[in-house]
Design a protein. Structure first.
Length: 126
């Protein structure tokens, strides 16, 4: 059974709940801990989710360069994953991250113009 077919670990579920509640810094700490203790390549999914959340955090804090850096990294880590991994809708997460990246380019650093409706939660497949 591949790692993507396994259930999402409880720590990741807790982190995604925090992410979806807008607690982007708290989700970072949980996913970073899980990433550090995971040896399977699925750890990069955790890192990608973490980085999307930190990109959102940077947007909220008024740091467009930090947000752009994190979203680019997240897209790189998401590229190798199937449409669904451990119940996470990776396709949706990838599309969301790409939309955020494009919007950051569009606003050219002026986060007052950023469409925060693009900052969507992590979705479950199915």
């Amino acid at each position: 059974m591949s790692a993507c077919e396994q259930p999402l670990p409880p720590l990741a579920r807790e982190a995604i709940a925090k992410f979806n509640a807008g607690e982007y810094y708290a989700q970072h700490d949980l996913l970073e801990a899980l990433w550090a203790q995971t040896t399977d390549p699925v750890r990069e999914l955790y890192r990608a989710i973490l980085q999307v959340g930190i990109a959102y955090y940077h947007i909220e804090q008024g740091n467009p360069m930090g947000a752009f850096k994190m979203i680019k990294r997240a897209l790189r880590w998401l590229a190798g994953f199937p449409a669904v991994c451990q119940g996470v809708d990776v396709t949706d997460l990838r599309q969301t991250a790409e939309a955020v990246r494009a919007e950051l380019v569009r606003v050219a650093g002026d986060l007052a113009q950023f469409d925060r409706g693009l900052m969507k939660p992590v979705r479950w497949a199915g």
